[in-house]
Design a protein around this ligand. Structure first.
Ligand code: MN
Length: 713
């Protein structure tokens, strides 16, 4: 509805008097003054904005703050409630709010805004549970959730102004997300109201039918209720129990849910009468229970002692169902006034503002008090630890909740990375992941995920887990899957390499490997710590055993001829972990190479002229001859150093020459130019020596290039 001048005038006259009246019943004058200032800023910020109903927008935050004042929340929460939509919807900034009202108010506003940006779309039950957890985890401060619940409550109360489709969507979201949160936090009356309003807008027809039926039934009930009330009061008095007894009208949504859950007809549900009895202490609760059981017979199996074993949200009461005067069941709740307060207000009851309170600097302190009080009443029930764990997930975030590309929600331990996410989706996704997009932007795989992130994993068919991932994954699942993969891969490679090394040694002894039979292996394995042939081969491949020694062990003594020298084995470069290339000399195909046997780690390939291996050359047990296999198709890293004349664009020229030579640049570093020359260090990838030669040839043709060297330290 477009605003008219008359409405614009109304916005000038929206008055915070109700809020101020309620707040003044428990807050100090200086707090009230601050709240009035927050109202002034909110009214100014929302000036000219209107709700769907045509009312000035400010009526919404004002109502939200008033609801919170009715719950007796602290002044910061009330100010934040007044300002809760300003940062998202007006030009007011959180810096401004922090300056005028303090950081804790602006933090609360930011917290609410952050929740508003989350969108819940799927209709799956399990997802709703996760979404609730995500909201709670993101809130950090329980007051943010309380503001959000009051916000939702007011929006539900004023849902009439919306069109039907939107009403249904909001009602569904309220039932899926917000009323369960209210229930979890023990805010019973909020829970009930959200349930009823949600039911009303989600099922408008059923709502109307039920409302009419209830109204019709109420007349008949009044007489029965009056009779039972009198009887209960008399019996309690005769037992000396001082009590406040009231008949409970059932909420519409709970009537409906009962009909669904227990497959009862409307009249069966409505035939149940409910009464609540409030007494002064726990002893009186049990006394009242005993008194009532002498009045009407209890229905077996219906008695529940939630005082000894409270519900997870802290709810305490005695519940019993009795056979009433006309054979109708009577449901009774018995509790103390204190328990009643907590049953109605839940976590909010611990936020009740007391001006004598120590400063509210510790925002978690009150939540902690609430948890502590829950824990105390919960210890007797035995599952206190599990209970606390459960709540901790909600209120003290140890977990992080992220979206999949399809909008599903995953919960992961705090500190998780895209790699954890990938393994959580599927082992194959984890094993093949090469990159990740977080909120549509490429991000390193080691990035720590935040609540609400949308994570997409990019995979490649032939990719494999990187051992470096073990340094930053947070989930046990990812860790064990990566380890498992690496172990299997290592083992397969080691066995294959071991076999080649062994065959080579056998040939050197002038024995055809095919001639080695089962019996010879059995002979060797007898008394050996290795139990299988594969284990022995793996040990050779890992460099834990020498091929020549195993080869000799497989032959009868007499067959052994003193033989020197071993035929060489071929290296493809794709062996993986059992064969590695030394970083000092970085051999590439075409370089004369030598394999150094490292205990437990397989072969390390150096160039034959590498200075690092001189000490090994004299000990034939420490090395083996190796040769390159022809054209393995793999790319090898090689380091080159260029001295170039300083000129604009020279790096680009060099880079494009490298690309022209069909080579990739893996890394570049530039040493500070001395004025005339700059030294550029490249790590590039080449197939072999002739590819490298071709590349160097390309580079030499660039006029600015003064000198090129292949770096082999
Ligand atoms: Mn709002």
């Amino acid at each position: 509805m477009p605003p008219t001048t008359a409405q614009a005038l109304v916005s000038q006259t929206v008055s915070p008097s109700t809020l101020i009246d309620v707040a003044a019943t428990y807050l100090r004058p200086e707090d009230i003054e601050q709240i009035e200032q927050a109202f002034a800023l909110a009214a100014r910020s929302h000036q000219g904005q209107y709700r769907k109903s045509g009312e000035p927008y400010i009526t919404h935050p004002l109502s939200v703050a008033t609801i919170l004042a009715e719950w007796h929340l602290d002044p910061q929460a009330l100010m934040a409630a007044l300002l809760h939509d300003t940062v998202e919807d007006t030009s007011t900034t959180s810096v401004q709010i922090a300056q005028q009202f303090g950081k804790s108010v602006s933090d609360l506003v930011d917290g609410v805004s952050k929740l508003d940006r989350l969108e819940f779309q799927t209709e799956q039950q399990a997802q709703a549970e996760n979404f609730r957890k995500m909201l709670l985890a993101m809130a950090r401060d329980v007051r943010v959730i309380l503001i959000k619940l009051a916000d939702r409550l007011h929006n539900m109360r004023t849902l009439d102004a919306m069109e039907a489709g939107k009403q249904r969507r909001i009602a569904r979201e309220t039932l899926d997300i917000y009323s369960p949160i209210a229930n979890r936090l023990g805010l019973h009356s909020v829970f009930q109201e959200l349930q009823d309003l949600g039911f009303r807008y989600l099922f408008p027809n059923r709502y109307q039918v039920l409302t009419k039926a209830i109204r019709a039934a109420r007349g008949n009930r009044r007489e029965v209720v009056g009779k039972i009330l009198t009887a209960i009061n008399q019996r309690l008095t005769s037992f000396g129990v001082e009590a406040q007894v009231s008949g409970r009208e059932k909420h519409l949504s709970s009537i409906y849910n009962k009909m669904l859950d227990k497959s009862l007809s409307f009249s069966q549900v409505l035939d149940i009468y409910g009464f609540r009895i409030l007494v002064k202490d726990v002893a009186a609760c049990y006394l009242a229970l005993g008194a009532l059981h002498t009045l009407y017979k209890p229905i077996p199996g219906k008695f529940k002692d939630y005082i000894a074993i409270p519900k997870a949200n802290g709810y305490q009461s005695l519940h019993t169902t009795l056979f009433g005067p006309f054979g109708t069941p009577i449901e009774i709740q018995i509790r103390t006034h204190e328990m009643h307060k907590i049953a109605e207000a839940g976590v909010a009851s611990h936020w009740l503002y007391k001006s004598s309170d120590t400063p509210l600097s510790d925002v978690q302190q009150k939540t902690h008090q609430w948890l502590q009080s829950l824990l105390e009443i919960q210890t007797e029930s035995g599952d206190a630890v599990e209970f606390l764990e459960h709540l901790k997930v909600d209120l003290f975030p140890d977990e992080v909740y992220v979206f999949t590309p399809k909008g599903n929600i995953k919960s992961l331990p705090k500190g998780s990375t895209p790699v954890d996410f990938a393994y959580d989706v599927h082992t194959d996704i984890g094993n093949r992941c090469v990159a990740a997009k977080i909120n549509n932007e490429l991000a390193p795989l080691r990035t720590v995920l935040s609540n609400g992130d949308r994570v997409e994993i990019i995979t490649e068919e032939n990719a494999a887990p990187n051992p470096a991932w073990l340094n930053y994954v947070a989930t046990a699942k990812a860790r064990s899957k990566i380890r498992h993969y690496l172990r299997t891969m290592l083992r397969d490679e080691s066995v294959a390499l071991g076999e080649r090394l062994l065959n080579q040694a056998l040939r050197a002894l002038k024995v055809n490997p095919a001639d080695i039979g089962e019996s010879q292996w059995e002979q060797l394995l007898k008394g050996d710590r290795c139990k299988t042939r594969e284990e022995v081969l793996a040990e050779i491949g890992l460099g834990r055993r020498l091929n020549i020694v195993v080869a000799r062990g497989l032959l009868p003594r007499s067959d052994l001829q003193s033989q020197d020298g071993q035929g060489s084995i071929t290296i493809r470069g794709s062996e993986g972990i059992a064969v590695q290339f030394a970083h000092c000399c970085r051999p590439i195909p075409g370089d004369p190479i030598i394999g150094i046997i490292r205990k437990g780690q397989g072969l390390l390939i150096h160039t034959q002229d590498c200075r690092a291996i001189r000490q090994f050359r004299s000990d034939p047990d420490k090395w083996v001859d190796v040769e390159w296999e022809n054209d393995s198709g793999k790319l090898f890293d090689v380091a080159i150093k260029l001295m170039v004349v300083n000129r604009r664009g020279v790096l680009a020229t060099v880079a494009s020459a490298i690309a022209d030579a069909q080579s990739n640049i893996d890394s570049v570093s530039i040493t500070k130019p001395d004025g005339t020359y700059t030294e550029i260090n490249f790590t590039v990838q080449v197939r072999d020596r002739s590819h490298l030669a071709n590349l160097l040839h390309h580079l030499r043709e660039i006029p600015e290039v003064v000198r090129i060297t292949r770096v082999q330290s």
